[in-house]
Design a binder for this molecule. Sequence first.
Ligand code: AMP
Length: 112
Amino acid sequence: MSNCIFCDIIEGKIPAEKIFEDDDVLAFKDVNSQAPYHFLVIPKLHIPTLNDSDNAELIGKISITASLIAKQEGFSEDGYRLVMNTNKDGGQIVFHIHLHCLAGRQLGWPPG
Ligand code: AMP
């Protein structure tokens, strides 16, 4: 997809600090980290928002990928937060579905 920064990362056109990759998903560190651990998991398929897909397998896979990384990185027991912002009120800036995984400190609730 042209004009999508996350598609450009998938295609290797712009750099990212990759954590995990397979045929379906990619995980990489968020450039504007909000916690000691802050990475994004994205599907390689370009889907603008959660409103645009009923692909339960792929949407589920990005969650499971985040949980596997949490286990590998050793913060699954302390815990983490998964967030998918959707559209304006959700604060979505990049219109390629992505799951934020935040961890490594006590996270406030409710979010601002
Ligand atoms: P959202 O508000 O949910 O759309 O969040 C988009 C996220 O993408 C933000 O947390 C940004 O810091 C992050 N981001 C934007 N560009 C890049 C990039 N090139 N590499 C890594 N993370 C990025």
